[in-house]
Design a protein around this ligand. Sequence first.
Ligand code: FAD
Length: 497
Amino acid sequence: MTLKMPEPKPDILARRAEIVAALRAIVPGEGVIDDLDGRRAYESDALTAYRQIPLVVVLPDTKEQVAAILVWCRDAGVRVVPRGSGTSLSGGALPLEDGVLLGLSKLNRILEIDYDDRVAIVQPGVTNLAITRAVEDRGFYYAPDPSSQIACSIGGNVAENSGGVHCLKYGLTTNNVLAVELVTIDGEIVRIGGRALDPGGLDLLGLIVGSEGLLGVVTEVTVRLLATPETAKALLMGFATVQGAGQAVAEIIAAGIIPAGMEMMDRPAIHCAEAFVRVGYPLDVDALLIVELDGPEAECTYLADEVAAIARRNGATTLRASRDEQERVAFWAGRKAAFPATGQLAPDYYCMDGTIPRRRLPEVLQRMDRMSDDFGLKVANVFHAGDGNLHPLILYDANIPGQLERAEAFGSAILRLCVEVGGVLTGEHGVGVEKRDLMPEMFSENDLAQQQRVKCAFDPDLLLNPGKVFPTLHRCAELGRVHVHRGQVPHPDLPRF
Ligand SMILES: Cc1cc2nc3c(=O)[nH]c(=O)nc-3n(C[C@H](O)[C@H](O)[C@H](O)COP(=O)(O)OP(=O)(O)OC[C@H]3O[C@@H](n4cnc5c(N)ncnc54)[C@H](O)[C@@H]3O)c2cc1C
C-alpha cells in the first residue's frame, strides 16, 4: 500500500484478544468477526487499490450496542472505522490495522413511513434503493440515486453526502435528509434535525451530512419522500464533438431548463457501456448526452422539444426520445453500469470525482486527453454534466508494477486541474483517503485547522475514522498553536501522516 495511514499502536495490537472478548460481551453470537478470512472480506471498500485487514469486525444489531462499543473503544483508546455497504470510492471505509471495523449492515430496518408528513425513518444499513422500493406502490420515491443504489446504505449516503443522476433537479443527500440520530464517541445518542422543515436549535444537520464517519455514527435517518413525477422522458443525443455536447449543456441551463438529470459520456465510456448493456447507444459519436425531463406530460413534451432544438443547433447527429418507461430505463442502464463496464478495457479503474464550472468542460476534457498521453494510461469519462461533476475513470492494471502509482499521479493531476479552473476536489464521493493529501490545494492551513476544531469538538481523542479527510491530523490540545512559520512546522514530534 503506497498510502500513508496512522501508525498502528503496538499496545492495541498486543491487546487484540482482550478487545475481541470485550466486543463479544457487547454483541453476542455471530456479531464479532475475528478470524482472518472473515476479516479479509472487509479489507477494502470500492477503492480497491488500498487494502488493510482490520483488527476485528463488529456488526451490532442495535443502537445501544453501537453506543456501548464506542464507549468501550473510547475508554480503551481503540480507533473505530464505521462502514455501511463498503461501496465508497474514496476509501472512506478503509480499515486500520489497529482499528475496530464497525459495520452497520445489520441495522437494516425501515422503522416508519409517514405519507402525511412525506417522510421515511430508516436505520442506516437500509439500502438507498430499498427506500424507493418501499414507497413506490403509493406513488412516492427517495430522490438521490447514486449508481450504486442497489447496494449502498443510507448511512453511507449521509456520511458521503451522496448524489446521483437526479440530483441536478432534486438536490443531493443533504437536501433530502431531514434528521439523523447520531451516536457520539462518548456513547451519547443525539437527534439532529426533525420532521418539520425548520426544527429548533442550531442547524447542525449540514455538519453531519458529509462528515465521512469522523464525527459520530449515524444510527437512524429521516428522509424526505417525493411524489413520483407524472411523466419522465429521456432524450439520448450523440454529438460529433465533446465541445458540441458541452455547449448544448450550457445552453439548456441558460434557457432556464432544469432537467431531472443531464449526463454525458465520452467515446471510450460509450463503447464500454454499449458492449455491457446493448441498449443501442450510437458508436460513431465522441460524446453522448442523456437528458431527462420530468413533470406533467405537457411540460415534458414542451421541454423535450426545446432541448432537442438546442441539441440540433449544437450539432447533435443522433437524437432519440424514449417512447415508454422501458426505453427510458434502458437509456439510463448504460450510464448506470458505466463503472463496471470499463472492466472490459482494463482490470482496474481509479474513479476520480472533481467538480468544475460547466463552461470549462471542453477545455478540461482536452487537457485530460493530453494528460492521458503523458501518463500513458487511458481514461473513460462519465459525468454529471448538469452540475459539472466529472468522473474520469483512469484505467490501469494493478498487476503491472508502477501502474497504480501512475494512476494515482494522473488522478491527482486531474483534481489539481479541477481546482485550477475554479472547481473543487470533490463532487459526491467524499474525500476519504483518496483526496486527503490534496486538501491543501483547496484549503489553507487555517481553513483545515478550523475544520479540525469541529472534529475535536465531537471526537477529542481522534478515534473515529482517523487517516481520512485531514492530510495532517493535529492533536486537539495542540491545535490552536499549529502554525507553519517559514516552512517550520511546530511540534515536529507529533505524528503526522
Ligand atoms: C459502481 C459504483 C457507483 C457509484 N455511483 C455513485 C454515484 O452515482 N453517486 C455517489 O454519490 N456515489 C456513488 N458511488 C460511491 C458510493 O456508493 C457512495 O459514496 C455511498 O454513499 C457509500 O455508501 P456505503 O454504504 O457503501 O458506505 P461505505 O463505503 O461503507 O462508507 C462510506 C463512508 O461513510 C462512513 N459511514 C458509513 N456508514 C456510516 C454510518 N452509519 N455512520 C457514520 N459514518 C458512516 C464510512 O466511515 C465511510 O467514511 C458509487 C460506487 C460504486 C462502487
